[in-house]
Design a protein around this ligand. Structure first.
Ligand code: UT7
Length: 327
């Protein structure tokens, strides 16, 4: 039995923050940001809009495309490192906002790999028969945990949400998730971390004064691991699915840096025309970057029925993974 993606949806907030806006906040330039990252602008959620609101809009669009109503869902998995609260989970908040039944709903923290982890889990639940229809979401409001005085990180991130509705494929259906792969290496966690706010360092005046509730990243080190791990994840996705590279139609990579994406495409010998890129418009939206890119490429007709689509991610943890999907 195979799991199929029945619908996708995404949502980004209206407010745009350009590189030129950032030039007024920190010592940076549009030229540096464009050439070192590929980012031109990003979206920012306002202070009264929590992650669950972005997730709700993306989910409604995905359910609409799938022609599935919220009360048909058996499972909601939200990948996020910027939940509405430490608890209750954003998935529970979303279950209520959607008006879904009293089904299992949980968040999981896999950084930018959150959506890959979510669809891998949803796939397992569906194929085991424990769920029929599942909603997998990546949502993030990284700009709410950004240190706006640190030019090495504050230029990178944006907010958004992407969702997919998954369900069982018909027997004669060739479309579906062909393989997923996921990995983690906790020994490198300190390189990309929000240090305060958890049980290791509860909130204090000092933690706030020292900006320890914001993102810390050793960019150079993370970059090196990202290129290596994304290549490994991509090759695993090909190997586990048995789909040769020549048959691949689309690569949908995590959008952290255009140089990482370029590197991955070159290693796979895939022309950039077959890579879905949104980093110029949205920056790094962490767990939501892949489902947003996927949804845009599905809706604008680039990804068509029968296409082989490879999703590849890397993120905090470290975590990394991939999914090979026949559309
Ligand atoms: O999503 C999860 C995974 N995340 C990633 O994969 C991100 C991986 N890392 C990266 O994408 C890159 O490392 C960054 C974009 C974060 C940084 O790019 P880089 O080419 O590695 O720059 P760098 O940190 O080596 O810095 C080079 C120079 C430094 O100046 P000096 O020391 O050479 O004088 C920095 O101070 O660029 C300077 N710099 C900036 N200059 C202007 C750093 N940030 C900025 C900035 N504007 N915003």
């Amino acid at each position: 039995m195979r799991t199929k993606i029945l619908g996708t949806g995404s949502f980004v907030p209206e407010k745009v923050l350009t590189n030129f806006d950032l030039e007024k906040i920190v010592d940076t330039s549009d030229e540096w940001i464009r050439t070192r990252t590929g980012i031109i602008e990003r979206r920012i959620a306002d202070e009264n809009t929590p992650s669950s609101e972005l997730a709700l809009k993306a989910s409604e669009r995905a359910l609409d495309m799938a022609k599935i109503s919220p009360d048909q869902l058996d499972l909601i998995i939200v990948g996020t490192v910027t939940p509405d609260y430490m608890f209750p989970s954003t998935a529970c908040i979303l279950q209520n906002k959607l008006g879904a039944r009293k089904i299992m709903a949980y968040d999981q923290s896999a950084g930018c790999t959150g959506f890959i982890y979510a669809i891998r889990q949803a796939d397992a639940f569906i194929r085991s028969g424990m769920a029929k229809y599942a909603l997998a979401i990546g949502v993030e409001e990284l700009t709410k945990i950004t240190n706006w005085t640190d030019r090495s990180t504050c230029v990178l991130f944006g907010d958004g949400a992407g969702a997919a509705v998954l369900g069982p494929a018909d027997d004669e259906d060739e479309a579906g998730i062909l393989a997923t792969y996921a990995a983690a290496d906790g020994s490198l966690g300190d390189l990309l971390i929000q240090q305060a706010g958890g049980s290791a360092m509860p909130a204090s005046h000092e933690s706030v004064d020292k900006n320890l509730h914001t993102i810390y990243m050793n960019g150079n080190e993370v970059f090196k691991h990202a290129v290596r791990s994304m290549e490994e994840a991509a090759l695993k996705g090909l190997e586990l699915s048995g789909i040769p590279m020549e048959k691949l139609n689309w690569l949908v990579p995590h959008q952290a840096n255009i140089r990482i994406i370029d590197f991955l495409a070159r290693r796979l010998k895939l022309p950039m025309e077959q890579v879905v890129v949104t980093i110029d418009k949205y920056g790094n939206t962490s767990a939501s970057s892949i489902p947003i890119a996927l949804d845009e490429a599905v809706r604008d007709g680039r990804i068509k029925e029968g296409d082989y689509v490879l999703l590849v991610a890397f993120g905090a943890g470290f975590t990394w993974g991939s999914a090979m999907i026949r559309w």
